[in-house]
Write a protein that binds this ligand. Structure first.
Ligand code: IPM
Ligand code: MG
Length: 359
């Protein structure tokens, strides 16, 4: 197997964490006699500083010519506090999603038993939770027309969906549900929004083609509540772009820390893999960031883009082993510091590499 992988570290802690995602891919390649060719590209705040453009053409070209992309993080506080900034790091991420047709964002809520206590939700409510989110990623209010009146006193973002956009992600979600616990919850706001009524209509249609999957429709407000009340009731959750953005951040707390969650964005072409955490500039460059989400993103890349299921599972297992041996980064440390062995980014990355080499 010969594959081209583009690494886009992005902003803040992105550089530190992707270093370890990449390293893990190198180890897997070495162990399995695979050929991975790596390239690097810039995107986000770092790209604005270097070129004025959050997604330079050169990066987009490299992305289109690669077999998979491992991305770090995006964003900078400078823009968050300046609502008038015309050029923003996040535009790079939105553009690459659109350009590569990455319409399905998969966010598995993977729960490691060792981290049950790291969540703010009671362990007995959490234990056994296993949710796979399908968030639509190239439509909705994210990409609808935006307006601001001349006097600046009125603003609007158009929320829109096409039938085919709902159909294609619904199929992906149903296919996944079929291979899991055969339950799918579609989340919308059909009691208020026309886009949600289209969404529900299409999902009901698609559902007919997957009779063995049990379908449930839930309003977003209720879903946000049910998710922490009884997370085990969910298997596959299918939802639109904005609802999915919010719901998956909430769901990350089920797993104890955003530092643990990986995501895959897929569509018709090159797959894009990234942690769901942000750029965390406050801890960037201090060897404090948790590299496990990037490492788990590399595992998803192996499984989804290259079909290397066993190798992906091996990476996930290495993370589990490190946790079982008591190693933690600071964000997932328990209050019982005598019990935890706290590691920095580098030491945690090295530990995972070591475990992978043990087998
Ligand atoms: C995410 C992020 C992005 C989004 C931002 C950075 C544009 O929050 O991937 O969830 O809203 O989609
Ligand atoms: Mg988000």
């Amino acid at each position: 197997m010969n594959k081209k992988i583009l690494i886009i570290p992005g902003d803040g802690i992105g550089q530190e964490v992707t270093t370890w995602g990449k390293k893990v891919l190198e180890v897997i390649a070495e162990k399995n006699n695979l050929q991975f060719d790596f390239q690097e590209g810039i995107m986000g705040h770092v790209a604005i500083v270097a070129t004025g453009d959050p997604l330079p053409d050169e990066t987009l070209e490299k992305a289109k010519n690669s077999d998979a992309i491992l991305f770090g993080a995006i964003g900078h506080a400078k823009y968050d506090n300046d609502p008038n900034a015309k050029v923003r790091p996040e535009q790079g991420l939105l553009k690459i999603r659109k350009e590569l047709g990455l319409y399905a964002n998969l966010r598995p809520i993977l729960l490691f038993d060792e981290l049950l206590a790291a969540s703010s939700i009671k362990p007995e409510v959490l234990k056994g939770t296993d949710i796979l989110f399908f968030r639509e990623l190239t439509g909705d209010v994210y990409f609808g027309e935006k307006n601001r009146s001349e006097d600046g006193n009125f603003a609007s973002d158009l929320m829109n969906y096409n039938r085919y956009e709902v159909e294609r992600i619904a199929h992906k979600a149903y296919q996944a549900a079929q291979n899991r616990n055969k339950r799918l919850c579609s989340v919308d706001k059909a009691n208020v929004l026309e886009t949600s009524r289209l969404w529900r209509e299409v999902v009901q249609e698609v559902a007919k083609q997957y009779p063995e999957v049990q379908t449930e429709h839930m309003f977003i407000d209720n879903a946000a509540m049910q998710l922490i009340r009884d997370p085990r009731r969910f298997d596959v959750v299918l939802t639109a772009n904005l609802f999915g953005d919010i719901l998956t951040d909430e769901a990350s707390q089920i797993a104890g820390s955003m530092g643990m969650l990986a995501s895959a964005s897929v569509g018709d072409g090159t797959g894009f893999f990234e942690p769901i955490h942000g750029s965390a500039h406050d801890i960037a460059g201090q060897d404090k960031a948790n590299p496990l989400a990037s490492i788990l993103s590399a595992a998803l890349l192996l499984e989804i883009s290259f079909g290397l299921k066993e190798q992906g599972a091996e990476v996930t297992k290495a993370v589990d082993t490190a946790l079982k041996r008591g190693y933690r980064t600071i964000d997932i440390a328990s209050s019982d510091t005598a019990k935890d062995k706290i590691l920095g980014t580098t030491a945690m990355g090295e530990l995972i590499v070591e475990i992978l080499k043990e087998n």
